[in-house]
Design a protein around this ligand. Structure first.
Ligand code: UGA
Length: 446
């Protein structure tokens, strides 16, 4: 089938690659002309494991191309995916300006029947408005342009696998015709047995927000539990393991740490809250999730301050700057939120990340960037692990201890082996690990 993909960010570009990989003829377009030129020169604009390789293969096979002109993108397309950004407004509500513009442009250039699919995360009710835009632009195609919803559940860092081996494919549509077009589109994945769910459109739209909000709820529950564990002398990692053994709960997303970040959970949760307001439903649980998430960064900051007393003349090493391992995305990164709190105290903050240093420096110019983790750590009074990259767990920690000014480690992701860190002689604190913590005053030579 011929497929147009409007927007080549994380979701759009992975959609381009995966749709081509399952055999469709795909054309990608973006309002950012430079990005399209970059893609045409064979380079992926962001770090996503496996994506560059998959794009190369699909472009070479002639199934994928990138164009500057919407007419070239949607000519003869049977499906057009809208994958543009839905950034938060000051109120937290999602801005749907780019979604409307994309819909308008697609309709203007449509050459025949087409299903226009929302893949961007949008509040329930968006499809209705988008449908009006399509009809307004092309009254002549009133019965041949239809909106559907097909939310994306991919995770950055795992996006290629998530889109080619999805745990579910969700399609919300209105007419039998649209359902049939999308069934044919996904047939290569359906035939492999991947769960395929069909609903009405508002249900599909709402299910995406509900899924992200529930995952954020699990993380905040774990972070609140961590606070309880620290006070009670209990271990949140063991508590999560016990809870997770119950299949009704599940172990995933119960990792206490620095909280969630990225371009999905923070903004989607806010947009979901605004939707609840708009629908006249009081849903205070959502704001509590956010409150606990903010406290996770504040708690790490307090641990650093408590360990070091005055921060002005100290050097802090932050390992991991992106919002999670496996990506160079620093949007709403808890690590950068912590860096800002420390910089505001006049602290020297030196960061290292395997792939996100460039983006982090652009976002936070005061942050010093080290070329490797040992450079960041040398002379530091405190080391904070902000994301759980494998590279950090494999460090030579006896060397780290020798190189630091003070042997203090705040493991804000519970990434390290706590017992090993204590045995080496670090003043070590994880998150919610009551018994597995020691402070400077506890060290024999401190
Ligand atoms: C999230 C969802 O997991 C995807 O299903 C969804 O498609 C995507 O948003 C989206 O809406 O586009 P993503 O933002 O890539 O994916 O990242 P996650 O792996 O979900 O992690 C989000 C944040 O939660 C990260 O900062 C991570 O460090 C944090 N996290 C995750 C925890 O603090 N604890 C955990 O147990 C799990």
């Amino acid at each position: 089938m011929r497929v147009a993909v409007v927007g080549t960010g994380h979701v759009g570009l992975v959609t381009c690659a995966s749709m081509a990989a399952i055999g469709h003829a795909v054309v990608g377009i973006d309002s950012d002309k430079e990005k399209i030129s970059q893609l045409n020169s064979g380079s992926c604009p962001f770090y996503e494991p496996g994506l560059q390789e998959l794009l190369n293969v699909q472009v070479e096979a002639g199934r994928l191309s990138f164009v500057h002109d919407m007419a070239d993108a949607v000519r003869d397309a049977e499906v057009a995916f809208i994958c543009v950004g839905t950034p938060p407004r000051a109120s937290g509500e999602a801005s749907l300006v780019a979604v409307e513009q994309a819909g308008r442009e697609i309709a203007r250039n449509a050459t025949g029947s087409m299903v226009v699919v929302e893949k961007s995360t949008v509040p329930a009710g968006t499809a209705g408005r988008l449908g009006q835009v399509l009809i307004h632009e092309r009254p002549d195609l009133r019965t041949r342009l239809e909106v559907a919803s097909n939310p994306e559940f991919l995770r950055e860092g795992n996006a290629v696998k998530d889109s080619l081996e999805p745990d579910r494919i969700l399609v919300g549509a209105q007419s039998q015709w649209a359902f049939e077009v999308l069934r044919a589109l996904y047939e290569p994945l359906r035939s492999k047995g991947h769960l395929y769910i069909e609903t009405d459109i508002p249900t599909a739209e709402l299910a995406k927000h509900a899924s992200n909000a529930f995952l954020a709820l699990k993380i905040s529950f774990a972070n609140a539990l961590a606070q309880m564990c620290e006070r009670a002398g209990a271990d949140v990692v063991d508590v999560a393991q016990v809870m997770g053994a119950d299949p009704r709960i599940g172990r995933a997303f119960l990792n206490a740490g620095l909280g969630y970040g990225g371009y999905c959970f923070p903004k989607d949760l806010q947009a979901f809250e605004r939707l609840a307001d708009e629908l006249g439903y009081d849903f205070p649980l959502l704001s509590e999730i956010e409150k606990i998430n903010d406290q996770a960064v504040a708690s790490a900051f307090s641990k650093v301050r408590e360990a070091l007393w005055n921060l002005e003349d100290k050097r802090i090493a932050l390992l991991g700057l992106s919002f999670k391992p496996g990506t160079d995305d620093i949007r709403f990164s808890p690590a950068l939120a912590l860096a800002r709190l420390l910089l505001d105290e006049g602290t020297e903050v030196v960061g290292y990340d395997p792939v996100a240093t460039h983006a982090a420096k652009a976002e936070e110019p005061q942050l010093r960037i080290a070329p490797d983790p040992y450079d960041a750590i040398r002379g530091a009074h405190c080391l904070v692990i902000c994301t759980e990259w494998d590279e950090f767990t494999a460090l030579d920690f006896p060397r780290v201890k020798r190189d630091m000014a003070y042997p203090i480690v705040i493991d804000a992701r519970n990434a390290l082996d706590a017992k090993a860190m204590l045995a080496i002689g670090f003043a070590y604190q994880g998150v919610g690990r009551g018994a597995l913590a020691s402070r400077m005053g506890d060290l024999p030579h401190a």
